[in-house]
Design a protein around this ligand. Structure first.
Ligand code: BTN
Length: 260
């Protein structure tokens, strides 16, 4: 694949080399920071000041990187932290299904970058490799726009629950190309989602769905359930068959779940 040296800074011109010409014009503005609190937070502030759709923020380090469910996203130098401001007209889509579609888009890019057996998707949008977290996605709404933030672990980490791309590929990763490939895929595939919802994504999700058929506990606001995961429905909701045989359907944000 592409080569780069460790700790090479992100080169925007090289990043643009892998973005199709027709897609480049959607990227209205690209801000790159050595250090920022969070690329999502930055774009949220910019969106309130009417920043154009297609604005991108990339950072070398995040001092207050944010994960889902209010968690901290540890953001040292060397990984990928990027956010894109986007909009769907006439109205924003349902977030659960969008987050599924975006996880599939990023998985496609990781596959084409060389990540093969071991790549897994965990509802609602975790990207794992053999059970360890490789990438995360944080989608947020501001006014009528969306911020699609993604972080990809590139450099080796001591944390057992995370894995890095360099570790699993066994070679340095050219971050500018990888970011470019993700942005290119987002711009190419988001219109498919807008037109057909999960139609163009659900099969790939199913092929990588790590929860499928697993026995798990689900902690919902009012009750706890033990059941077997039955994949997602067309709205991107998780289906779990309780031991009593009933099918329960859960939306993002409603629950936390753990494989038994
Ligand atoms: C998760 O909890 O899995 C989501 C992690 C999302 C991290 C990315 S890094 C770029 C963007 N900026 C943030 O503060 N978070 C997202």
């Amino acid at each position: 694949m592409f080569s780069s040296t460790y700790n090479e800074l992100i080169d925007i011109n090289k990043m643009k080399e892998v973005i199709q010409q027709a897609h480049l014009r959607y990227l209205s503005r690209i801000d790159v920071f050595e250090k920022i609190d969070s690329t999502n937070t930055y774009l949220m502030q910019q969106a309130k000041k009417e920043a154009p759709v297609g604005s991108v923020c990339i950072a070398e380090v995040q001092t207050a990187g944010r994960g889902r469910r209010g968690r901290v996203w540890d953001s040292p130098s060397g990984n990928i932290y990027c956010s894109l401001l986007w909009s769907f007209q006439p109205q924003p889509p349902a977030l659960p299904s969008l987050s599924i579609a975006i996880a599939v888009m990023i998985a496609r890019v990781l596959k084409s970058y060389g990540v093969q057996n071991g790549l897994e998707l965990k509802w609602p949008n975790d990207i794992l490799f053999s059970g360890r977290k490789l990438a995360g996605i944080l989608i947020e709404i501001v006014k009528d726009k969306l911020i699609i933030g993604f972080g990809i672990n590139i450099i080796r980490t001591e944390e057992q629950d995370r894995i890095s791309l360099e570790e699993l590929l066994g070679q340095p990763v050219a971050r500018h190309y990888l970011i470019g490939m993700v942005l290119d895929e987002l711009i190419r595939a988001l219109p498919f989602f807008q037109r057909g919802g999960l139609n163009s994504f659900i099969r790939e999700w199913q092929a990588l769905d790590v929860l499928q058929g697993k026995k798990m506990t689900v902690q919902a606001p009012q009750y706890q359930l033990i059941g077997v995961a039955q994949g997602i429905n067309e709205r991107g909701e998780l289906q779990v068959k309780a031991l009593t045989g009933e099918l329960h359907v859960f939306s993002v944000g409603e629950i936390s779940c753990r494989v038994l």
